[in-house]
Design a protein around this ligand. Sequence first.
Ligand code: FPP
Length: 255
Amino acid sequence: MNKPSAASKTPASGIDPGLPVHVAVIMDGNGRWARQRGMPRVAGHRKGADAVRTLIRACAKRNIAYLTLFAFSSENWKRPKPEVQRLMELFVSALDKDVKELHSNNVRFRVIGDRSGLDEKIVQKIGNGELLTKDNDGLQLNVAINYGGKWDLLQACRSIAGRVSEGTLAASSIQIDDIESGLSTAGMPEPDLFIRTGGEHRISNFLMWQLAYTELYFTDVLWPDFDEAELELALTSFSGRQRRFGRTGEQLEAN
Ligand code: FPP
């Protein structure tokens, strides 16, 4: 398993990045996929859930260590109520149907995001899935639900402020690690490769801090059509990137 130590924040560094350790995905285009076929938006989300299953299998097969999927943002509550409800039902049915299969494939399942905004029934099922898979050391799967990068940073700031106010941390001693240890991805390497489907070129309040040095890959392919061949195209693009992390290309070549 291509699993780095928790301390290695940016493991796939160097002139040949090879395979990403951590892939993060914004799965966009379900609605348009459905509209193009004269179907309701929820049909696109259902097909999108199949594409999620395909991607998880393809990542596990390639020994990609971490996969983080943006399933529902803190802003997605602004969608029409019936669509939000259908999406929540889809998460519940995925939690019921898929978690056991994830477990039997040694996948560790975690949810990142603000659970206080979620229905108690979903929170319970998430907790059960996390508990069931907590010792699995295969693919580490994070599903972002009611997640926002600003929310994530706010949590970290609150935790630091708490330590400062109780006197265990001096404001002048706050380090980057103090922020990172308060994020929902604490202990995980930062994403090496970010993929966004659906043709938009933005981060949309996803892992804002964690994407600082991530290679970005955008494709017009709509999420339900993102299959193993499309993943391969993204990985090929990634493997051709030179990750400099602030150094010069000449420095990397000399190494
Ligand atoms: C964006 O497409 C997609 C979402 C907001 C939902 C993502 C959900 C899934 C892929 C389904 C299930 C997920 C799991 C983890 C089981 P959009 O609706 O914004 O598409 P559009 O831009 O074409 O309207």
